[in-house]
Design a protein around this ligand. Structure first.
Ligand code: GRF
Length: 211
């Protein structure tokens, strides 16, 4: 068991960040949030972090000439804060190999669909438009694609006949708030192993039983 030194990257309201902070407070998650980093100064999650005494930083992608230059600045800021694991929690930027190589196998993302269905943006609306009966959320390792990295865990929720994008999003979000801290705790417990690809299967994740 090791205490995770987390950096949480956000662009918006930060409810998943809050779920992490609540789990730490309730001793369900053995982690410290070393830094909350946003690309937007108006991200609501920054307010939650500051109110709880968590360090925050804002780096605007608009101040950098390239994605790589921006990612170098993100990496330097996270390293300076002592971050060793990175959680993308509503961070609306694609990270480049510059970022991923700085935290190899240590960047995870939460996505509001059952991947590989409905990657990208507006996943809940995509699910409704398609007419699926089961939706959900996914926590996965980040690779250089959009929502394509190895899946760590997923939670399914029902799609109801009278669902709107708002009601379905709320049901999925509630599942996200349970799933993300749980997966982080598995990581802290050393129970999450990334198995490399072989000729039959892509890289995948195995979760070991609790000892
Ligand atoms: C969540 O739905 C998450 O799955 C997606 O962005 C949203 C962030 O919400 N990646 P919040 O900022 O954590 O409330």
């Amino acid at each position: 068991m090791s205490t995770l030194d987390l950096g949480v990257l956000i662009s918006g309201r930060g409810s998943n960040l809050l779920s992490i902070l609540h789990a730490i407070g309730a001793e369900r998650l053995d982690a410290r949030v070393r830094l909350v980093l946003s690309n937007r100064a108006d991200a609501g999650g920054l307010v939650h972090a500051k109110a709880r005494g968590v360090h925050t930083a804002v780096l605007s992608h608009r101040d950098y000439a390239s994605r790589e230059a921006y990612d170098e600045a993100l990496v330097a800021t996270l390293r300076e804060a002592g971050v060793t694991w990175v959680v993308l929690a509503g961070f609306m930027r694609i990270v480049t190999p510059v970022f991923l190589n700085a935290f190899p196998g240590r960047v995870i993302n939460i996505h509001p669909s059952l991947l590989p269905a409905f990657p990208g943006v507006h996943s809940q609306a995509q699910a409704l438009q398609y007419g699926v009966k089961i939706a959900g959320c996914t926590v996965h390792f980040v690779d250089s694609g959009t929502d394509t990295g190895p899946i760590i865990s997923q939670t399914a929720v029902s799609v109801l006949d009278d669902d709107t994008e708002e009601t379905l999003s709320a049901r999925i979000l509630s599942a996200e708030h349970t799933l993300l801290p749980r997966v982080l705790q598995w990581i802290a417990q050393g129970r999450v192993t990334l198995v490399p690809a072989d000729e039959n299967r892509r890289a995948r994740v195995v979760i070991h039983q609790e000892e």
